[in-house]
Design a binder for this molecule. Structure first.
Ligand code: NAD
Length: 495
């Protein structure tokens, strides 16, 4: 039986958690205007790990005003190269304090520390240094139109940005929003998810230490329906960048209409990982297992539907089940742990409900589907076989370690099923036939397609989807477009 430590060893991370967690507005840590606080729990034990200021509308008001002043003042007017240097110094400070940040994120989000060390943290730093490098390379064009005029474009920062962040990758997804917005000269009010506010508060302190002027990056913690809503409806916020559920995303689009805020939304998926019978079944099954069980399935691009061609079906189900059974579940702070808890009791119940729904719909529960232990929110890796495309477990995002294995006959059938949900974020395809791979990639409704691999993201490549998966793209130059507006300038040369 796994064991999870109740008492943490003393460390910079636990020292930080023990501090009262105030808001960070205009360069200062301040309690919320109401004085109210809420508790943050360790998902591995259910114990309270921090007391956090519960922001409200009044705090959003103050934070947006600070962000506006910082935008008009030091940040947009600073030399672009200096902005880049500050961001680079921030990245250096994060690296110097890597151990603390990694531990904090692992405890707060219940993430296996090996994964946070290998993936979340380096990806966050890579995102920051990538956009720090962009800060002084965001330029317009001279566009010749007529002989008697000089016509050119400049790219200007959009202004004050509200960044609303989910709990599954608080540090990494937070940085996906922060780094490009700041590099472009925007200022930010960030609202972390209530369940995972700690890393944002800590890295904001390092940003100040690196020389980020007061008010450029503010953090207002608190409930989404209060703080998030106030930001989305605020007349002086110019853009909202959001990652989370389609329901909240829809509300954000409506709220943003009030002053025509720019909006980008990343809303998750029900991604298909398609395995043809000529594929390397060992490699495909291995990637399919990590594609769904990584981060306990709480990944927007999780390969939650594994589509397998008839002849290979039984073998892949068997291999997936064997891998599911061998995954080491346990304390996120143990370096050998591969699967930690899901984020909350509510999320655990919702996932276990889906396990019941799947069985009632007639899917075959091959392995898993149970709570592990009686404290914390652990669920055993779950494999459903004989899943029909129309079932709810094949159509709805479960956001847990639950995979539905679906049988298909040929290329057309694979595409019909792969494209047959409301989502379109990502897809994987496995075959030794290059034509098959390319035909699938061309027709897949997905913002990213992986061929003979699964799950990679990189800040240099666009990331996002359409329909219930959202609107717009993050990463690469797409993010520079998100946080700047082009301006056309005409100069009459005839006077
Ligand atoms: P959510 O959409 O409610 O939360 C995401 C963020 O939005 C949080 O910071 C939250 O505080 C904020 N928020 C909530 N209500 C808001 C509002 N009215 N206005 C503005 N901001 C608001 O997601 P959740 O409830 O934490 O998780 C529910 C489901 O969402 C999950 O089961 C999963 O399916 C999906 N999800 C997807 C992703 C992703 O990476 N795309 C991440 C987290 C959750």
């Amino acid at each position: 039986m796994m064991s999870v430590a109740y008492d943490f060893a003393h460390s910079p991370a636990t020292e930080f958690m023990a501090r009262p967690q105030h808001l960070l507005i205009d360069g200062r840590r301040v309690p919320s205007s109401s004085g109210r606080t809420f508790k943050s729990l360790n998902p591995a034990t259910g114990q309270i790990i921090a007391t956090i200021a519960e922001g409200g509308e009044a705090d959003v008001e103050i934070a947006v005003a600070a962000a506006r002043r910082a935008f008009e003042g030091p940040w947009r007017t600073m030399r672009a190269s200096e902005r880049g240097r500050i961001l680079m110094r921030w990245a250096e400070l994060l690296k110097l304090n890597a151990e603390e940040i990694i531990e904090l994120e692992s405890i707060d989000a219940g993430k296996p520390i090996a994964a946070t060390t290998r993936q979340d943290f380096p990806a966050a730093v890579d995102t920051l240094t990538y956009y720090a490098g962009w800060a002084d390379k965001i330029s317009g064009d001279v566009v010749p139109v007529r002989e008697d005029a000089l016509t050119y474009t400049v790219r200007e920062p959009v202004g004050v940005v509200a960044a609303i962040v989910p709990w599954n990758f608080p540090l990494m997804i937070g940085m996906w929003k922060l780094a490009p917005a700041l590099a472009c000269g925007c200022t930010i009010v960030m609202k972390p998810a209530e369940l995972t506010s700690l890393s944002a508060l800590r890295i904001a302190e390092f940003a100040l230490e690196a020389g980020l002027p007061a008010g450029v990056f503010n953090v207002v913690t608190g409930p989404g329906r209060v703080v998030g809503d106030a930001l989305v409806n605020h007349p002086d916020v110019d853009k909202v960048t959001f990652t989370g559920s389609p329901g909240v995303g829809r509300g954000i689009m409506k709220g943003a209409a009030s002053n025509f805020k720019r909006v980008s939304l990343e809303l998750g998926g029900k991604s298909a990982n398609v395995i043809f019978d000529d594929a390397d079944l060992e490699a495909a099954s291995k990637a399919a297992a990590s594609g769904i069980f990584f981060n306990a399935g709480q990944v927007c691009s999780a390969g939650s539907r594994v589509l397998v061609q008839e002849r290979a079906y039984d073998e892949v189900v068997e291999r997936l089940a064997a891998r599911a059974k061998s995954i080491r579940i346990g304390d996120p702070l143990d370096r050998n742990t591969a699967l930690g808890p899901v984020i909350s009791e509510k999320q655990m119940k919702s996932i276990l409900d889906y396990v019941e729904i799947g069985q009632k719909e007639g899917a075959r529960l091959v392995t898993g589907g149970e709570r592990v232990g009686d404290r914390g929110y652990f669920i055993s890796p779950t494999v459903f076989a004989d899943v029909a495309h129309e079932m709810r477990v094949s159509q709805e995002e479960i956001f847990g370690p639950v995979v539905s294995v679906i049988k298909f006959t040929d290329e057309a059938d694979a595409l019909r099923i792969a494209n047959g949900t409301a989502y379109s974020l990502a897809a994987g395809v496995w075959s030794r036939d290059i034509g098959k791979l390319q035909r699938f990639a061309k027709r897949a409704r997905a913002g990213t397609v992986w061929m003979n691999t699964y799950g990679y993201t990189d800040v240099r490549l666009p990331w996002g989807g359409e329909r219930d998966s959202g609107l717009g793209r993050e990463h690469g130059t797409a993010a520079l477009d998100n946080f700047t507006e082009p301006k056309a300038v005409w100069m009459n040369l005839a006077v």
